[in-house]
Design a protein around this ligand. Structure first.
Ligand code: SF4
Length: 332
């Protein structure tokens, strides 16, 4: 069944024919079929996420945080177009925090943002020196750096009167966070598409929550965004995150659709089949005398039955290939 049309979706014809979105950010080349299809797909996924989580309401002032990386450029690109064409009116302001890393090309973002005709604000805060002073040489700086950046962005959001803070995290960021929490934090916890800020004063949204990173990489290349490298601080990449990302990418190569399935599972939680006593009243569980159509029988799927052999019966031979088959992924 096709997904419901989100209130924020562009009509197909508009998404495919939007002149600015189909041209490279700086240039007039005609869009390829691939570019038009990708444009349409990105708008569909973003529109769906915004609608599903009620991320943007009429009259909102959305502050899009722009770092100079591909994800935040894509976020802004899509929000600019949505604002022009979606039926829900909202304001948009792009904000970049210049953290004073040595070599940061401070002219790139203002020039780009001015060329897009979007309201923008560059906030200056030397978090780089603070982090360098407090973190011993050779240790990872990202945790403190992002905490300082978060605080600075909340302050700017208050100053600008923004009602929503939009971040460029995508589906794969959410999955990486989920597995890192699972592997290293022993928690079933990811990165939500919408949440209240730490200071309790803002709502943070992630409109790219349904978008695979590979789509953003292709979109950034097609649109020729002026990417600012994220290694200016000289920090080591977070090795566990790099490994987790490689693991997920390998899974997807081996079994296409697996990441969509895992992501879909984050929105389809069954507390009675986990083990969190705070979420389900296991202690008070007693026979009801009534069959439950949603009970264990819902999990008797032929793949599982053949896999665990729990019934002791000789399972019909199933090839290794079919045992590794993923559930078919429906479009998000
Ligand atoms: S990579 Fe550099 S700029 Fe980014 S969070 Fe880490 S320390 Fe901060």
């Amino acid at each position: 069944m096709p997904p419901p049309t989100p209130a924020f979706a562009l009509p197909d014809s508009a998404a495919a024919a939007a002149p600015d979105a189909d041209a490279p950010a700086r240039g007039t080349r005609r869009p390829s079929v691939e570019q038009a299809k990708l444009n349409k797909r990105l708008h569909r996924l973003v529109g769906q996420a915004i609608a599903d989580f009620n991320m943007i309401e009429a009259g909102d002032k959305v502050m899009a945080c722009i770092s100079g990386g591909k994800d935040s450029y894509a976020l802004l690109d899509i929000l600019i177009e949505l604002r022009e064409r979606a039926p829900t009116p909202f304001e948009l302001v792009a904000v970049n925090l210049d953290q004073k890393q040595p070599g940061f090309p401070a002219h790139v973002l203002p020039e780009y943002l001015a060329s897009r005709g979007v309201a923008f604000h560059i906030a200056n805060q030397d978090t780089y020196s603070v982090v360098k002073r407090l973190i011993p040489e050779g240790k990872t700086m990202c945790s403190l750096c992002s905490r300082l950046r978060r605080g600075a962005l909340y302050r700017v959001a208050s100053e600008l009167g923004a009602t929503k803070i939009a971040l460029g995290h995508h589906r794969d960021d959410i999955l990486q966070t989920f597995f890192m929490n699972l592997f290293f934090g022993a928690k079933l916890k990811a990165m939500p598409p919408k949440l209240g800020s730490d200071d309790g004063r803002h709502v943070v949204i992630r409109p790219l929550a349904y978008v695979p990173e590979a789509d953003l990489e292709r979109w950034a290349a097609l649109r020729a965004f002026p990417i600012i490298p994220c290694t200016l601080c000289g920090s080591q990449p977070n090795l566990q995150r790099v490994r987790t990302r490689a693991m997920l990418n390998a899974w997807e190569r081996e079994s296409p659709g697996r990441l969509d399935n895992i992501f879909r599972a984050l929105g389809d939680v069954v507390p009675s089949h986990l083990a969190d006593r705070r979420l389900y009243g296991f202690e008070a569980l007693a026979p009801t005398g009534m069959p439950d159509a949603e009970g264990d029988v819902a999990f008797d799927d032929p793949l599982e039955a053949a896999d665990d052999g729990a019934c002791g019966a000789a399972a019909a031979p199933i090839s290794v290939v079919s045992l590794h088959r993923e559930r078919p992924a429906e479009p998000l």
